[in-house]
Design a protein around this ligand. Structure first.
Ligand code: EPZ
Length: 419
C-alpha cells in the first residue's frame, strides 16, 4: 500500500486548478442509466470513486469512453444485469445511487445494502421510504434490497432528514414516474442543483432545485445530454485551509465561490485575506496572525461536514481555543486520535471536540481512516516540523484528484512512496 511522506514547514504559494466535484459526478454518472441515448460528462474528476462508478455502469450495460483528460461519453451497450453486487457496494457506498435510476428505467433492481463505513452506520431508510411512496415494492433479503414497480407513480414525499443521497435517488426515480412528485425537506446542496440541471437537459421537468421543496414532472422518456460537472467545493476548501495552515498564499482557478459562502466566511473570520474574481479565489495567510474560529457542521448552506476534519487540523495550530461540533454524522472524529499523534491538543465530548490551539505539531507516522480524515492529516503534516508518514492513502485517492501533484505545485515538500 502506498504512503505519502511530507516534510512540513513550507508556506504554500502558487496557483492550482480545482477539479470537478466528486459528489456531483457520482450521481450524474448514474443518471445516464435513465436513457439509452449518448450522455457526455465534462470536467469529470479522475478519482477512484469515479473509476469505480464507470466500472459499475459497464456492468450495468453501458459503454464508457474517456475522451480527453476529464470528459467521458456514456452510451448503451448491452442489457443491464439489474443486480448491484455487495462487493462493489461495500467499496463505494455511493453505488446506492444506481437504485433510483435503475428502478425507474427497468422497474426492478436488486442492490446490496451498503455496509456502514468509518464515519457512521449510514442507513438508507430515507431512500427506501421514498421509493415505497413512489409505488415500489421493497423487500430486504440476504443483505440485499429487492425493489419492483410496474410503473413508478408521482407522489408527495416528505424526508425525515434532508439526506443528500436520498434526495438525489428520489429525484432521479421521479423523473421517469407517472405524474408529479414533490419532495419536501429536500437537501439543498449544490450537487443536487447540478444533478437537476443535467436531468433538465435530458428532458426532465424539475422546479425548486436547491430549495427544500423540489417538484418533478415525470417524463415518458429522457434523452441524451452534454453536461459539465460543477467544481468541487470541498476540494477547493481543503486547499484554502492548506494555505491557512501553512501561512501561505494560494490561488484557486475554476472554483465556484457561490457554493462556498459558509466556508469562505469562516476562513476570513480566522484572519485569512480572501479575494474573489469570477471563478478565482485567492487566499493569503502570509504574515497574518490567525484567530481561533469555532464551527458547527450543518446541512447546506451551513458549514460542510466534509470540511470538519480539515478545520480541526487548522485550529490545532492557531493560538487560542476553538470548538468543532459535528451534527451530520455520528462518528466522524476518527481523525482526532491521529491528529493527537502529531501533537494536537484535542478533547472529545459527545459530538464536540475542544481544541486547545497553538500546538507545535511534529511529524509522525499516521493512518488514514476515511477520505476527509486523510485530508486533515495531510494538512497537519504540511504544518508539522519534521516528516509525517501518512499510511493507507488509498482513501485519499477516492476524492482528491492529483493531490500530491497539486501540493507539489504549491511548493509542498511532499512525495508518494509506492508500497
Ligand atoms: C453525501 O453522502 C456525500 N457523499 C458525503 O460526502 C457528505 O458527507 C454527505 O452527503 C453530507 O453532506 C456523496 O455525495 C457521494 P446523507 P450521503 O444521506 O448522501 C443519515 C465525502 O467525504 N441518513 O445526507 O450518504 C446518515 O447516516 C462524503 O465526500 C439516514 O439516517 O449523506 C447521515 O448521518 C462523505 N438515513 C446523515 O443522514 C438515510 O436513508 C447525512 O447523510 C440516509 C442518510
Amino acid at each position: 500500500m502506498d504512503s505519502i511522506l511530507i516534510k512540513g514547514g513550507k508556506k504554500l504559494k502558487g496557483t492550482i486548478r480545482v477539479s470537478g466535484s466528486k459528489n456531483a459526478a457520482l450521481p450524474e454518472l448514474f443518471a445516464s442509466i435513465l436513457t439509452d441515448d449518448e450522455v457526455i460528462l465534462q470536467n469529470l474528476p479522475r478519482l477512484d470513486d469515479t473509476r469505480a462508478s464507470v466500472a459499475l455502469l459497464e456492468r450495468f450495460g453501458k459503454s464508457v469512453k474517456w475522451t480527453g483528460r476529464s470528459s467521458c461519453v456514456i452510451s448503451a451497450h448491452s442489457k443491464p444485469s439489474g443486480e448491484i453486487p455487495y462487493d462493489l457496494v461495500r467499496r463505494m457506498r455511493a453505488s446506492i445511487l444506481m437504485a433510483g435510476p435503475a428502478l425507474a428505467r427497468y422497474s426492478k433492481v436488486r442492490i446490496s445494502l451498503p455496509g456502514g463505513c468509518a464515519i457512521g452506520m449510514r442507513p438508507i431508510d430515507i431512500h427506501l421510504e421514498g421509493f415505497k411512496k413512489l409505488g415500489a415494492r421493497v423487500t430486504l433479503k440476504g443483505g440485499y434490497v429487492e425493489m419492483t414497480a410496474t410503473r413508478l407513480v408521482g407522489a408527495r414525499i416528505k424526508l425525515r432528514y434532508p439526506s443528500v443521497g436520498a434526495t438525489e435517488n428520489l429525484v432521479m426515480a421521479a423523473s421517469l414516474a407517472d405524474g408529479k412528485t414533490v419532495i419536501e425537506n429536500a437537501a439543498r446542496e449544490p450537487e443536487i442543483s447540478d444533478l437537476c440541471a443535467m436531468l433538465s437537459g435530458m428532458g426532465a421537468v424539475i422546479s425548486g432545485a436547491g430549495t427544500a421543496r423540489i417538484a418533478i414532472e415525470g417524463a415518458a422518456r429522457l434523452g441524451g445530454v452534454k453536461h459539465r460537472v460543477i467544481p468541487d467545493r470541498i476540494e477547493a476548501a481543503t486547499y484554502l485551509t492548506a494555505a491557512a495552515i501553512t501561512g501561505g498564499d494560494v490561488v484557486l482557478e475554476g472554483a465556484e465561490p457561490s457554493h462556498m459562502r459558509a466556508v469562505l466566511s469562516k476562513i476570513a473570520a480566522a484572519g485569512v485575506r480572501i479575494s474573489l474574481a469570477g471563478d478565482t479565489i485567492s487566499a493569503s495567510a502570509s504574515g497574518r496572525t490567525l484567530k481561533p474560529v469555532s464551527v458547527r457542521t450543518a446541512v447546506y448552506p451551513g458549514f460542510p461536514t466534509d470540511l470538519q476534519a480539515q478545520w480541526m487540523a487548522l485550529m490545532s495550530v492557531v493560538k487560542g481555543d476553538a470548538r468543532v461540533v459535528e451534527t451530520v454524522f455520528e462518528n466522524r472524529f476518527l481523525h482526532v486520535a491521529e491528529l493527537r499523534r502529531l501533537g494536537a491538543r484535542l478533547s472529545v465530548c459527545e459530538n464536540t471536540v475542544r481544541i486547545s490551539g497553538g500546538a507545535a505539531l511534529s511529524g509522525a507516522p499516521v493512518m488514514v481512516s476515511d477520505l476527509r480524515a486523510g485530508a486533515a492529516l495531510v494538512l497537519a503534516g504540511l504544518a508539522a516540523g519534521g516528516v509525517t508518514n501518512i499510511l493507507r492513502v488509498y482513501h485519499l485517492d477516492r476524492g482528491y484528484e492529483n493531490l500530491v501533484g497539486k501540493l507539489r505545485r504549491l511548493g509542498a515538500g511532499i512525495r508518494r512512496v509506492s508500497g
